[in-house]
Design a protein around this ligand. Structure first.
Ligand SMILES: [Zn+2]
Length: 455
């Protein structure tokens, strides 16, 4: 039994009145965020100006506390004056805006003082009308509707119909193995969503064959080649939609877009095209994620150990010709899925070092080629005459690493809750020396540890 924090996201079908209310709550969240930011900024500017006149520190305007608690206290004192309409929305909307602001300020401050690793965090900016609409509820009555599996409850807004069945979460709630901690509504790609953050006791079945090892070579021509010889085809959703995307992008280029230099505002016709483009991007992303989830779930169900490559995703993304394909098959996403699903069902995962020559090594005799062109699709060994498909040879080499992890693979902790690992380490622990581990550290975009499960 592993306890994890998981997100369950459902598309909503609100009626027009509920849609107004959702929009109003997201607007209220933004209003509170901007109100708090303006106050913090004004005090900071004031103190900076006073300091430039050499005022002693004790005579400066007292600084404001940034904690979510004191921001909320100040808001409650000021709300009758600055927002006399505040009672139209749940108080949670304002609290969620202020909590976001407190986090943004804390991140900026820690980044400035060197307490936070990673890229530099800028000072928070005001949110415009077109910023992503979202609003989080942490108290009040929210969750799944009791009556059926096609509605959710939200504070103030009431019972909203979902576009899809809430069955997967409902089963856990009925069994008592899930606690819903918060609900976030957002508007993305032309549709409203609710995402529940759920504390869940997972009891995943062990893999069907715990002794079987599979090596996975992520490719460009196919989604993956397994060491068993199976070729998993690319969904190519991106390519299918690419033609339509190019048409829309041509259309957008004929219309007046924004220009920062001339301060040209985009036309309404340009915005309309952008809405279509965003919707198409969302379609592609959803279809792609679905395909990846199906493959990763299947691998974790069937095999006891999975060996993956540590590809340099960031480096590949900066190569313009490879980038579209790498992004197209969503390799980073796939590895993240494998890692957390494997941890749930006790499957071992190994990540080969980025420098392990999986493609250049002969699976027959172990000889390593000095050079192998990307265009050579069949591997032929000069020493023993072994011949195999290039990707299959690589996948077999990867599978071989599981039995001898000393030659460049790092093992994942299967029983562990991936949330409890060190933030820098991602999902697996390095058995290597610190310098090597630094080279090996995977570029991971999100270390938030929240698992998105689209059901
Ligand atoms: Zn050979």
């Amino acid at each position: 039994m592993t306890e994890v924090i998981q997100a369950y996201r459902f598309a909503l079908d609100p009626d027009s009145q509920q849609e107004d209310q959702l929009r109003s709550h997201c607007g209220a969240q933004r209003f509170a965020y901007n109100w708090g930011l303006a106050r913090v900024k004004a005090v900071m500017d004031q103190r900076r100006a006073e300091a430039s006149y050499d005022l002693p520190a004790e005579e400066l305007t007292p600084s404001l506390s940034w904690s979510a608690y004191s921001l909320r206290k100040d808001w409650n004192q000021a709300k009758d004056d600055v927002a006399p309409w505040w009672s139209e929305n749940s108080k949670e909307a304002y609290a969620s805006g202020l909590a976001n602001l407190a986090t943004a300020l804390k991140n900026w401050n820690h980044s400035k003082n060197g307490k936070r690793k990673g890229p530099k965090v800028e000072f928070p900016r005001f949110k415009g009308k077109r910023h992503t609409w979202s609003c989080r509820f942490t108290t009040g009555s929210f969750g799944l509707a009791d009556s059926d599996r096609s509605h959710v409850k939200l504070p103030r807004i009431g019972t909203v119909r979902t576009h899809e069945s809430t069955r997967k979460l409902a089963r856990h709630v009925e069994r008592g193995s899930a606690t819903i901690r918060s609900a976030t509504v957002s508007f993305r790609g032309g549709r409203w969503f609710v995402s529940f953050s759920v504390k869940i006791d997972r009891n995943d079945p062990a893999p069907a064959d715990p002794d079987r090892v599979v090596g996975v070579d992520l490719g460009i021509n196919s989604l993956a080649v397994l060491s068993t010889g199976e070729v998993v085809p690319n969904p190519r959703h991106l390519e299918a939609a690419q033609k339509e995307l190019r048409r829309l992008q041509r259309q957008a280029s004929r219309r007046t877009g924004p220009n920062r230099r001339t301060r040209q505002k985009p036309s309404n016709r340009w915005r309309k095209t952008q809405v279509c483009i965003n919707r198409l991007h969302a379609f592609i992303a959803n279809a792609r994620r679905d395909g990846l989830h199906k493959l990763s779930s299947r691998l974790v169900r069937e095999y006891g150990a999975i060996v993956l490559e540590d590809l340099n995703f960031k480096g590949m993304m900066s190569n313009r010709r490879l980038a579209r394909h790498v992004a197209g098959v969503g390799m980073g996403q796939f590895r993240r899925q494998i890692e957390y699903k494997a941890a749930w069902s006790g499957v071992h995962t190994y990540v080969a070092s980025r420098w392990y020559p999986s493609s250049k090594t002969c699976n027959g005799c172990g000889a390593v080629k000095a050079k192998l062109r990307l265009s050579e699709r069949t591997y032929t060994c000069d020493h023993c005459g072994y011949r195999a498909d290039r990707d299959l040879n690589a996948a077999r080499n990867l599978a071989g690493l599981a039995s001898s992890p000393s030659c460049g693979a790092t093992e994942n902790e299967p029983a562990g809750n991936p949330r409890k690992t060190t933030p820098g380490g991602g999902g697996y622990c390095h058995r290597k020396t610190p310098t090597e581990a630094g080279v090996n550290a995977a570029p991971r975009g999100d270390s938030s540890g929240t698992f998105l499960h689209v059901s």
